[in-house]
Design a protein around this ligand. Structure first.
Ligand code: FES
Length: 104
């Protein structure tokens, strides 16, 4: 599994989300306190952007219809979404945040 550096920790100091594009995949890099998560940029309900959703207790709430997703597993925790969203492994080293994608 190869990790790609996508952001600096300092870029997420004053915000909790960052849109990343990596190998054609749109990803939402999320910060909850000092933990980082990478999930699909789009909600599994109507494929609208999750960016701007509130992040609490390692969960993100879709800003459109309120579905909640576990940021660790991608599991849909409340309707109207039932399908999970993708998650990607995240590694933080010093000031760098890296995401693993695919199998390459
Ligand atoms: S698009 Fe996210 S809950 Fe509807």
């Amino acid at each position: 599994m190869i990790f790609h550096v996508v952001a600096a920790v300092s870029e997420l100091e004053s915000k909790t989300q960052l849109r990343i594009e990596l190998e054609g995949e749109e990803i939402l890099l999320c910060r909850d306190g000092d933990e980082y998560f990478a999930v699909s940029y789009y909600c599994s309900h109507e494929a609208l952007a999750l960016e701007g959703g509130s992040i609490v207790n390692r969960c993100i709430t879709c800003p459109y219809h309120g579905a909640e997703f576990n940021l660790t597993t991608g599991e849909a925790l409340s309707s109207p979404a039932f399908a999970p969203i993708k998650t990607f492994p995240v590694k933080v080293e010093d000031d760098l945040i890296a995401i693993a994608i695919g199998t390459k």
